[in-house]
Design a protein. Structure first.
Length: 317
């Protein structure tokens, strides 16, 4: 298997098979909405071109402070395309912890969402290095103003720095129309030794510490997965996984990246709904942490005292 990773893989499959389904996202009124490789490429391209246009160059830091949402799948390839450095911040962080990660990493752009924005506004005056804050789900200025007022943040200063995602996407699309080959040119300059990410520890024993990972580090990790697990991969088109761990954590980011590299269809979920959707999705690979394997084990034990029935319950789950 020829291994292509990240933005390289997205550019390849987004062009060759744009209508192939990449993600299944919970629909507002139940069921699932599909997102194709072509749609993911289009959104990632708009973001990449916008970031490059506002001065995100090789080595620039771009932070993401958000819950597990589809927008991570647009931001991560876009940051990589610019040869910038991805800096995730745990969505459970306090205002102080979030500011520390963003400031310590020298991030100049911050992606976030409305539910977490108050924690950013709490330390607004201290985000001096951040030049642009892009809010994924900001619909209009009227939704922003009450939060600014509650936090005592100057309206003019905030509106100068904050941008809604829709505005960013529209600007990126205009840039693409002006120069359709711009994304490919950016990606072609990507280097194996580029720093791809700074992953911060949780800080339970002191201040969080940033771990630098290069494209080479990530590629070698992917090759190790391939060497160990390739025999277990179903044929392309039958591979299913669930992205339910925080993408701000190495585990969730890994699920997102492995799904891209190995052509998985990925369902988005969260820890509270995971067990409920397992029978529907029937993932062919499920990456988890020990606590959830224990939940599956307990559910099987509680189903029956008979080993055969316990095994059947595990298969059902």
């Amino acid at each position: 298997m020829q291994l292509k990773t990240g933005i390289v893989k997205l550019l390849d499959r987004g062009i060759s098979e744009p209508k192939a389904v990449r993600f299944h996202v919970p629909a507002p009124h139940g069921g699932w909405e599909q997102v194709t490789w072509g749609e993911q490429l289009e959104k990632s391209r708009c973001l990449a071109l916008y970031l490059a246009a506002i001065g995100v160059d090789p080595g620039s830091k771009v932070a993401v402070f958000a819950t597990t949402r589809l927008e991570w799948a647009y931001c991560c390839p876009a940051i990589e395309a610019c040869r910038a450095v991805f800096v995730p911040a745990y969505f459970s962080n306090t205002a102080e912890q979030t500011h520390y990660v963003v400031d310590h990493s020298d991030a100049q752009v911050l992606f976030t969402e409305m539910s977490l924005l108050p924690r950013v506004l709490e330390r607004w005056d201290d985000y001096k290095k951040v030049q642009r804050i892009i809010i994924w789900d900001l619909v209009s200025e009227t939704h922003l103003l009450p939060l600014l007022e509650d936090a005592g943040v100057d309206r003019a200063a905030a509106l100068e720095k904050v941008r809604p995602m829709d505005e960013v996407m529209a600007a990126g699309e205009r840039l693409h129309q002006e120069d359709p080959g711009r994304l490919a040119a950016l990606v072609s300059a990507r280097q194996d030794e580029d720093v791809a990410a700074i992953i911060y520890t949780s800080g339970t024993t002191g201040l969080p510490k940033g771990v630098l990972l290069t494209n080479h580090n990530l590629r070698v990790s992917a090759e190790s997965w391939l060497q160990v697990l390739e025999h277990a991969f179903p044929p392309t088109g039958e591979r299913r996984d669930i992205l339910w761990l925080p993408v701000s954590h190495m585990s969730g980011w890994g699920i997102l990246g492995q799904g891209t590299m190995f052509d998985y269809e990925t369902w988005l979920s969260d820890p509270y709904r995971l067990l409920g959707i397992l029978p529907e999705v029937r993932p062919t690979m499920l990456f988890s942490v020990p606590a959830y394997w224990e939940k599956l084990y307990t559910a099987a034990l509680n189903a029956s005292e008979e080993p055969a029935a316990q095994h059947e319950e595990l298969r059902r789950l």
